[in-house]
Each structure stands twice: as C-alpha cells, then as structure tokens.
Design a protein around this ligand. Structure first.
Ligand code: ADP
Ligand code: ZN
Ligand code: ZN
Length: 636
C-alpha cells in the first residue's frame, strides 16, 4: 500500500489543505482521483506519494482513478496558488478541468473555425531568419516585435515546425480566439490535424475531445486563448504568446493568474522556450526580455497618421476632415474601419437644470443610453426605461453626453448613406458566429465601414482598407489608471495597423489632446521612443516593471465591515507598506474597498494574505464579505 497526498477540488478557502488517502502502487503524481470527502465525494489531484501512513489518522482508500494530468502541471498549479494568493484546489482545477463523458465522434472544431491559410513564403527576410535561428538555439524568453504585417506569425509557424521536427510540442496563445480564425487557418494549413484549438466558446464535448487529442500526443500544436497555457501537452518545446500586450491574458476571477507570467513559468519548468510577440509590446516585456526585431512591414509601408485637433474642428463624432475622408472612401467604393471604444448612443444622460446624472441603482456609475428608450449599466447589466424628465427635479432638459457606437452609426447613416455600415461591439455581436458573419460581410462588401469598439482593432487582415480612424482617442486617457497611456498608444497603433496592408492607407486620429505623448508617438509609429519614455515615467513613479503591485479587495453589503476587514488584514501583514484601505465605487450593489502594495516580494504578501483569508473565511462568510487577492493587477 502507498499513500497519496490529495487536494480535493473544492473551492472553499477553509478546507484548502491536503488529505491523505491510500492508493495502489501504480498511482502517480498527477492522477485525478475520486475520494470520499466528509460525508460526500470529491474529485481530487494527487500531489505527492509516500510509503508511510501518517500517524494517528484513519486513512481511507481513494475510490477510483478517473484520469491523469502531466506531473509538471501539478507543479505549475501549486506555484500559481502560491504566487497569486489563491488555493491549491482552485489552481489545480485550472489544469484538471472537469470534462463530460464521450458520447459521439465529431470533427475537430478547428476544421470549422478557421479560414483558409496562405502558402509558405518562398524566402524569409533576414530578420525573420535571425529570429527563428535565435529561438531554435534556445534560451529566452524572447520578445519578437515588429509592426503588423512584419511577418511575426511566419516566425511562430517556423519555430513551431522546428520544435515538432525535434519531437516536441508547441502551445500558441492568442488573445481571443474567436477573433483569430485567420491565425487558426494558417496553423492548420501548415500542420493539418496536428493542430488542436482550446477556448471558452467550445462546447464541453469539443473541449474534452481536443484535450484528449493533446494528451494522447495526436495533436502537437495547440492554438488557444488564455487557459490553453494549461494544455495537457507532454514534451513541450515552445510557448508563443501572440499580441502579448493584450489585457485579456489576465484572468479576472480567482486565481487571478496572468497567462503571460504562467507561460514563462511553465517554459522554465519544462525547459521550453517562450516567445512573446507584439507590434506594441508592454513596457514590462521591453525592459525584461531578449528582443528580436523584425523591422519594417513586408511589401508595404506604414500608413501616414493625421491627428485631428477637436479643439479646432467642430462636428464630433464626425469632424469635417473625417467626413471628407469617408466621402472619398464612398466615391472609390473602398473600405474604412472606425474605432470608438464605447457602446450605446450616449455614455450619460445629464440634467441641464439641476446637474444630476442618471446613475445605476447598484453601481456608482452613469447609465448608458441605448437606442432612444432604454438605459443600461455596463457593469451589472441593470436596465430601465429612459425617462423623459429628470428623476431628481422633473426638468425635461435631459442632455445626451458624448457618443457611443450606436450614435456613430446613426451619424454615418445620415452623412454617408452610400456606405454599408457594419457595427462590431458586444451588443451587435453576441456570438462568435455573428462576429465571423460580420467580418465576412465586411470583407465581401465594396464601399463599407466597419465601426465598433476595440474589437475592430484586433488582428483582422482585410484587403483594401484605405482608411482607419480613431474617433475619440481621449476616452482611454481619462482613466485613472497608470496604464492609461500605454493602452491608448496600443489602441491607436493597432488600429493603424489595420489599414494600408495592400492598398495605400491613411489613418486619422481625433483628439482633444493632440500633444499627449501616446498620440504623438503613435502618429509617428515610434514604438521604441514611447516605451523608453513610458519606462522612465514608471521608474520615477515606482510602477511596474520596477515594482510589483498586489491588490487585496474586499466587498460586502456595507462599507464599514468592508473597511474593518481590510484594516485587520493590513495589521496581519506587517512591514508590507500597504496603502489603504481606500473605498472604491460601488458595484452590483456591493460596497468595495482595497489595499494596494507596491512591493518587490509579491509572493510573500499574497501568501500571507491568502493565509489570513483562510483563517478568516468562516467569519467573513457570516458577514457576507468576499475577498480577492490580485497580484500584478492589470488595472487599478
Ligand atoms: P504579422 O504576424 O507580423 O502581422 P504576418 O506573418 O501575418 O505578419 O505577415 C504579413 C504578411 O506577409 C502575410 O500575408 C504573410 O504571409 C506575408 N509574409 C510573411 N513573411 C513573408 C516573407 N518572408 N516573404 C513574403 N511574404 C511574407
Ligand atoms: Zn434635474
Ligand atoms: Zn450597475
């Protein structure tokens, strides 16, 4: 008989520890087992084996071994639990997700969810050759940078081919795979059925089948979103993180892991190479990684960017210069992409008489006007009919403040009716199929505008886009977040990358702050200069990458107990230089507040916080308080 230390996969912090069970001799670390737990059963993961029974406990046997994950993934999960201040069970559930039983055979989802790929180029550029050779030589992690269309994907493809040749496998992470059918197509064109895809829009059965194909070694290249970093691949040789600047790599529920950090850790554990790619890298990556530069676009130059100063040009959201450009596009039956990063008609209704803004009853934010008759909260989903008079004073003078994508669509329909309008935002495209249909329609239509939120700036390659415009570059800059400038720079530069890939293109950026650093550098496509200045600023302010941030957030039915719980946590983590507790705006009816640490030892603070939260879990539950530990948060 042997004994196994098992973490039952239960989420409660209060029972976040190992339990010992008796197992057969052939059970290994990574076995997924069914165990008796309290008065019921639980799924659990074997994390350690011993020959000696623990003293003084009545050890029960496991009921069954129901599966297995690679041992390295157990190690990875335990590291995640520790680093992100979560529990081993929650982290292990990421690497061993529950999957249903097999019912029927079906074709792998990649067959349906990819667009046709393109042929391998006849000759690599010298920069591509150098990057591929450097990656093949091992080491890293590497940052592969170059503008959109500079051949990064081709480097990923050839680097994958090289590791496959040597008998290893590869994982390629993309931000949102629903937006990447072209990328999937290129991998399938090169590697055929050896490609598996993993993302949240798969059905449970599809995910189970893909995981089986990966675990069995049939699939050797995994293309997937954030959670694909946990693919049960053995013999991993390469992890690629494409569009590494994308915030969707951070999970926003516990464990709040960052797939980019996890990718580096997994690569280190398995002796694999990690490659991060982007046209607009993060300051973190620019400072820390070995850079591989691809230089210019292949077969095209970057489009000129014109900044429209909205202090001088009337007509928001459509200024005269933007309208003139759009009329030109209409005349030539061309295509344009317009980005406005806000949904709805107007982001707020404001009373001209008493100054009140109509707010969400559950959250401290303004309600957004959708259509002409409904108000919606973009945080909690609360909806109510739009009033015709001010609820506070009864005045009929309600002003619509600002513009969202629906308003932009209306103005376009009025001003340039000859253009076909295709709107891309979370209201217009709820499902991946709708997204694919909208993109296909845009590709097939002459004289069309694709307008929408940041969805339009992501990864699509369309022939013949002659104009790309940022309708309002200021929205993001106003955010009280140290990454606001980085995000604005990325958004403008990424959108600019959508135009002129084959036809001569132009880019227009409308802003009230034409001298803002992100606007100025994005207009010159000057990534290096922006990053150098941004890093200097971050260093002066002691922000990442020069320090780590750890945020501890508590939410509850009233502010006072929330603040008290945070004061107690703060007292329990001495010497950590925690700022706060600072109240945050109310969300979904919950009062919230947070502690923030700037620290060189994020793991220590997260571990201490997790330990305190485990001890306090029963009392917090009674008080209806919830807590999260967020290490390396993406927004503050
Ligand atoms: P990125 O990923 O940086 O946006 P891609 O790899 O998609 O760039 O390359 C942009 C375009 O150039 C694609 O159509 C690709 O097939 C083509 N391409 C890539 N490398 C070469 C090359 N060495 N010679 C010719 N065309 C290439
Ligand atoms: Zn009023
Ligand atoms: Zn709300």
């Amino acid at each position: 008989m042997r004994y196994a230390n098992v973490f039952p996969l239960v989420t409660a912090r209060a029972v976040a520890r190992e339990f010992t069970y008796a197992v057969d001799d052939d059970v290994r670390v990574g076995a997924i087992v069914r165990v008796p737990f309290g008065r019921s059963r639980a799924r659990g993961i074997v994390v350690r084996l011993t020959d000696e029974a623990p003293a003084g406990v009545d050890v029960r046997p496991v009921e069954a071994v129901v599966g297995e994950i690679p041992e390295k993934l157990v190690e990875l999960a335990l590291w995640i639990a520790d680093y992100y201040g979560s529990t081993p069970a929650r982290a292990l559930a990421l690497v061993a997700p529950e999957t249903p039983k097999r019912r029927k055979e079906q074709a792998p989802p990649a067959e349906r969810q990819s667009l046709a790929g393109e042929a391998e180029p006849r000759e690599l550029s010298p920069e591509q050759r150098a990057a591929i050779d450097r990656i093949a030589a091992g080491g890293g992690p590497f940052l592969l940078h170059g503008p959109t269309g500079s051949g990064k994907t081709e480097v990923y493809l050839q680097a994958c081919a090289a590791v496959l040749e040597r008998g290893f496998g590869a994982i390629v992470l993309v931000p949102e795979i629903a937006l990447a059918p072209q990328t999937v197509g290129r991998f399938r064109a090169r590697f055929g059925d050896r490609v598996a895809i993993l993302h949240s829009a798969l059905t449970d059965a599809e995910r189970r089948d893909e995981r089986e194909r990966i675990a069995s070694g049939e699939a050797r290249v995994v293309v997937g979103a954030r959670s694909a970093v946990f693919a049960p691949m053995r013999g991993l040789g390469l992890i690629v993180v494409d569009e590494e600047h994308d915030p969707s790599y951070k999970q926003d529920s516990d464990p709040r892991y960052d797939a980019r950090t996890v990718a580096a850790k997994r690569a280190a554990l398995e002796g694999a190479v990690a490659v991060y790619g982007s046209a607009t890298p993060r300051p973190e990556s620019w400072a820390a990684l070995e850079r591989l530069a691809l230089g210019a676009r292949i077969g095209a130059s970057l489009p000129p960017v014109r900044v429209v100063d909205l202090r001088r040009e009337a007509g928001y959201p459509l200024s005269a210069p933007l309208l003139a450009e759009l009329r030109g596009v209409a005349e030539r039956r061309g295509k344009a992409i317009l980005l406005l990063n806000r949904r709805g008609v107007a982001p707020a209704l404001h009373c001209r008489a008493c100054g009140a803004t109509i707010r969400c009853p559950n959250c401290d934010v303004a309600l957004v006007l959708h259509g002409d008759t409904s108000l919606r909260c973009h945080h909690c989903g609360h909806g109510e009919p739009a009033p015709s008079t001010c609820p506070a004073c009864g005045s009929p003078e309600l002003a619509r403040i600002g513009a969202g994508t629906q308003k932009l669509e209306r103005e376009l329909a009025r001003e340039v009716p000859e253009l076909e309008l295709i709107r891309l935002d979370a209201d217009a495209v709820a499902k991946p199929e709708q997204l694919a249909a909208s993109l296909a329609k845009f590709a097939a239509t002459d004289g069309a505008v694709l307008l929408g939120t940041q969805m339009v700036a992501k990864g699509h390659h369309f022939a013949g886009v002659e104009l790309a415009a940022v309708v309002d570059a200021d929205g993001g800059l106003g955010m009280p977040d140290f990454r606001a400038e980085e995000r604005t720079f990325q958004l403008i530069t990424q959108l600019a990358g959508r135009s002129g890939r084959d036809a001569p293109g132009r880019v227009l950026v409308q802003t009230f702050q034409p001298d803002a650093r992100p606007v100025v550098h994005a207009a010159r496509h000057d990534v290096g200069r922006f990053l150098a200045e941004e890093l200097a600023r971050r260093e002066a302010l002691a922000y990442p990458p020069f320090t780590h941030l750890v945020r501890i957030l508590v939410a509850g039915p009233a502010l006072e107990p929330v603040m008290r719980a945070l004061e107690e946590l703060k007292a329990g983590i001495p010497g950590a230089d925690l700022l706060g507790p600072a109240p945050l705006y109310r969300l979904r009816g919950k009062y919230r507040a947070q502690l923030v640490a700037k620290t060189d030892a994020p793991r220590r603070i997260a571990t201490q916080a997790a330990r305190l939260l485990s001890a306090a879990a029963p009392a917090m539950r009674r008080a209806h308080l919830t807590a999260v530990v967020d290490v390396d948060p993406q927004s503050l």
